[in-house]
Design a protein around this ligand. Structure first.
Ligand code: HEC
Ligand code: HEC
Ligand code: HEC
Ligand code: HEC
Length: 205
């Protein structure tokens, strides 16, 4: 009995939250199981070691066709951010599958794919219903909106909000999500949203 308990405790320690950590087994594990990726490589639909797309525009080592859609942006009477733009940076890369206009298998120069994202993972080209992305979150915005925490506050991920969640001070999809699912959280979240812990990292409500 005692030994069983010790083994169970060891398994718990090793498995952490009990969820798999890393991209394997996550919603972004494209190995083998999906018909549109017969090569079965996980990274290749997004990255390539050689012949990547223009690195001055897309990073890092990007391999997937990028969306050219014009998006409807979020707007509200209480939004203080003043530089909300068309999705850019890493957000544009996410939307190159999640807006449903570019086929999933359009990578490595292929542009003729026929498998598009469906279901809840399809965001479409209207971002009016989605948390805003591609705008600056810095000390000036915190002054305008005291409901935000300073970006020098701890993120709970080891460093500050600016270090761990922002991209050159910008909010992007990857401010809340980890495309590689390092934490093994549901919905590829950067950190668990139990009791809205993710939201409360930035919002001082
Ligand atoms: C679904 C698309 C997707 C897949 C699959 C993917 N990545 Fe990424 N990766 C991205 C995006 C988007 C970024 C930039 C945004 C970011 O860093 O969060 C990135 C950033 C990176 C970076 C630089 C930043 C960092 O986290 O160190 C490395 C290195 C990387 N990926 C390696 C890999 C490897 C290796 C694989 C396969 C095991 C892989 N990626 C699978 C989309 C993907
Ligand atoms: C190469 C295409 C591709 C790119 C690029 C891509 N995704 Fe995905 N993503 C997918 C597919 C396919 C799924 C699985 C959809 C399904 O299960 O119906 C998925 C699933 C997800 C899920 C749901 C996972 C779950 O556990 O339910 C989230 C969240 C997500 N992606 C966020 C992102 C973010 C954020 C980025 C950019 C940083 C991104 N994706 C880039 C193709 C992509
Ligand atoms: C402010 C944080 C935040 C930002 C920014 C954000 N998301 Fe999410 N996303 C979440 C949370 C939390 C969930 C979990 C499900 C829910 O609460 O709707 C989620 C769920 C998802 C899902 C899964 C939907 C489902 O029901 O299966 C996808 C796909 C996704 N996000 C993609 C994106 C993309 C692409 C972007 C950028 C355009 C983005 N997210 C920006 C927080 C965010
Ligand atoms: C990485 C930081 C960060 C995280 C995490 C985050 N937000 Fe935000 N959120 C912001 C910033 C910055 C704004 C822009 C505020 C402004 O300009 O008024 C914003 C805007 C919003 C708005 C719109 C405010 C308005 O006045 O229109 C809502 C609502 C919101 N967030 C809810 C959430 C929820 C719910 C979550 C958790 C799922 C979340 N946020 C997670 C940083 C974040």
């Amino acid at each position: 009995m005692k030994r069983v308990l010790i083994v169970a405790a060891a398994v718990l320690l090793i498995s952490g939250t009990g969820f798999a950590q890393g991209i394997t087994g996550s919603g972004h594990d494209f190995s083998g199981i999906v018909a549109w990726n017969p090569g079965g490589e996980i990274c290749q639909p997004c990255h390539t070691p050689h012949n990547a797309m223009d690195p001055s525009t897309y990073e890092p080592l990007w391999n997937h066709q990028v969306t050219a859609a014009t998006f409807t942006l979020y707007g509200s009477s209480t939004l203080d951010a003043t530089d909300l733009t068309q999705p850019a940076g890493a957000s544009l890369l996410c939307l190159s599958c999640h807006d449903g206009t570019i086929a999933l298998e359009n990578f490595g120069g292929v542009t003729t794919g026929t498998n598009f994202i469906t279901g809840n993972a399809l965001l479409g080209t209207s971002l009016a219903e989605d948390h805003p992305v591609s705008f600056t979150y810095n000390a000036a915005l915190v002054t305008l909106d005291p409901g935000l925490n300073a970006t020098t506050a701890a993120s709970g991920l080891g460093g500050t909000i600016a270090e761990d969640m922002l991209f050159a001070d910008k909010m992007e999809c990857a401010s809340c999500h980890d495309v590689h699912d390092a934490a093994g959280e549901d919905f590829l979240l950067l950190k668990a949203n139990t009791a809205s812990a993710l939201c409360l990292t930035c919002h001082n409500k």
